[in-house]
Design a protein around this ligand. Structure first.
Ligand SMILES: [Zn+2]
Length: 126
């Protein structure tokens, strides 16, 4: 996927290697970095609840596939569809909630990178 950086205006291709995942405070944050100016862009953020919703959504998709193939009663299918729609809506609401948190984490992760340097291995034991 080719994107234009909002900050420096350069176009670049986001490669799989360029996609980073960091874990912070129970969140899994996926982002990519502009190779020109190092601006970070949030792709998605997951917390425990989001993982659960995703898992449930996958289950329901599978159930629905089977339910339709095996011609379950319409009423039963409707119930699953209803739950599926609810999970989808919950996911969207949660994603909106998590987005600013993710952006904050991504922003924070870049700070002090130059001054503090990366964590270096100490020879001291303990
Ligand atoms: Zn840039």
């Amino acid at each position: 996927m080719t994107v234009q950086c909002n900050k420096c205006g350069e176009y670049f291709t986001v490669l799989r290697e360029g996609i980073m995942v960091l874990q912070d405070d129970g969140y899994d944050v996926t982002y990519f970095v502009c190779p020109h100016c190092k601006e970070k862009y949030l792709i998605c953020i997951f917390d425990k609840k989001m993982h659960e919703l995703l898992e449930r959504r996958r289950q329901l998709e599978q159930i629905l596939r089977i339910a339709r193939a095996k011609k379950f009663r319409a009423e039963a299918i409707r119930r699953y569809v209803k739950e599926y729609e609810k999970v989808k809506a919950d996911q969207k609401a949660l994603a909106d909630e998590l987005k600013p948190i993710g952006e904050e984490i991504v922003k924070r992760s870049g700070k002090g990178e130059d001054e503090d340097g990366k964590e270096h291995n100490s020879d001291q034991s303990g």
